[in-house]
Ligand binder design. Structure first.
Ligand code: CAA
Length: 258
């Protein structure tokens, strides 16, 4: 069904999307971004799926936007058809958690797609970078905005202005990635995290994601209020009753997603 990505379901509840243009190190073209958007939406709409993992190959998560496709564009084309907006921000509309499992290169648009996921688990061979400056442009899918939020201004400027790559250890130290694991354990770790998330109440998981994302969009007082309203709303769910009853009865909770 898809040509530039592969999808599968693990353990009946985790949707896995693997970017798959190996000859181009998973460089991101319109077709890949359209297929990624469609696969994300399909998993988001599937009640059986509780969490999504986006990954690449052992050599590359994605080496950026497809330079061969982009090279011939001019201003009229990029501005006129708002190049890089087409399906690049679909990730933001996904309500279930999306984990990026990153091995190898995550450069340019690849780093930006990883940052659009909810958190990044990296293999020890992962390399992150925004090298666009080397080809006469700047990041165009949120790199200049999400990197400073993830790493702070100094490291973000360093990466965007010098184009240097950050290895997995530095990325973890800087807060860009949440965990680093040996390459051969990457999918096991990501799947483990996804299954932990799937074991919780679906509505609480979605509300938690929504609340954390809100922190990037609003002043603290608004964000705290938004969080409090979601917190209060969860008391209308049967999962809240079940979670607290189970804790008090010292038994595992059985969440129903309601
Ligand atoms: N677009 C198109 N093709 C790409 C590509 C890209 N971003 N990155 C790699 N490739 C292709 C190469 O052209 C090469 O193809 P051929 O075998 O046909 O020559 C193949 O993938 C393998 O690449 P290399 O031979 O270069 O592999 P390497 O191991 O020597 O180097 C690399 C790997 C450091 C990632 C290097 O390929 C590289 O620097 N790639 C470009 C990275 C980049 O500049 N990304 C930013 C793109 S702009 C962008 O993303 C804008 C945005 O913000 C959305």
């Amino acid at each position: 069904m898809y040509e530039t990505i592969q999808t599968r379901v693990e353990a009946g509840k985790v949707g896995v999307i693997a970017l798959n243009r190996p000859k181009q190190l998973n460089a991101l073209n319109d077709q890949l971004m359209d297929e990624l958007g469609a696969a994300l939406k399909a998993f988001d709409a599937d009640d059986a799926i509780g969490c999504i993992i986006v990954t690449g190959s052992e050599k590359a998560f994605a080496a950026g936007a497809d330079i061969a496709a982009m090279a011939k564009y001019d201003f009229a084309e990029t501005y006129g058809r708002d190049y890089i907006s087409r399906n690049w921000e679909t990730m933001r509309s996904i309500r279930k958690p999306v984990i990026a499992a990153v091995a190898g290169f995550a450069l340019g648009g690849g780093c930006e797609v990883a940052m659009m996921c909810d958190f990044i688990i990296a293999a020890d061979n992962a390399k992150f970078g925004q090298p666009e400056i080397k080809i006469g442009i700047i990041p165009g899918a949120g790199g200049t905005q999400r990197l400073p939020r993830a790493l702070g201004k100094s490291k973000a400027m360093d990466m965007v202005l010098t184009a240097r790559m950050m290895d997995a250890a530095e990325a973890e130290r800087s807060g860009l990635v949440s965990r680093v694991v040996p390459l051969d354990k990457l999918m096991e770790e990501a799947l483990g995290a996804a299954l932990v998330i799937c074991s919780y109440g679906r509505l609480a998981v979605m509300a938690a994601k929504e609340a954390v994302n809100r922190s990037f969009e609003s002043p603290l007082s608004d964000g705290v209020l938004y969080e409090r309203r979601l917190f209060q709303a969860l008391f209308a769910t049967s999962d809240q009753k079940e979670g607290m009853d189970a804790f008090l009865a010292k038994r595992p909770a059985e969440f129903k997603g309601r």
